[in-house]
Design a protein. Sequence first.
Length: 151
Amino acid sequence: MADSPLTALEGTWDVAWTYRTAPGVFAESQAQAQITQDVLGCVLVEHFEGTLNDHPFQALTMISAPMMGHYERVRIDSEHGGFTQSAGQMQADSLVFTWQRDLGTRLLRTRHVYSDLSPSAFSVTFYMSPRADAPWQVVQRARYVRHDTPE
């Protein structure tokens, strides 16, 4: 992770979080995130806490860079309960993770885009496509603003 643009994201963050509650309907919430490296420096770990539909919401995200230019992301949250694992790579100035699952009758796809990466702020936009031939739809947007002072 030493050469990764993500190492600048270590710290404590205030998060303005917008999430879709129904097609075309979005709710806004505030959250906090703590991002650290694991003891060995191989994994960036995010602990995210906020509210979703007026109840507590937590997520744990781990990102590693096992090979130069390739990233892996594992995430679990209190809303869904299952792990998702996605592969990512830099596309221009954004880190893009994609995931898909064959549901038998359709292919569910997601995309998480980390953009505007800087030591003081960054954004994560979550897109979903309910079918392989369907357009991407914004499901969540999160704007992280540093709460602490970077070292």
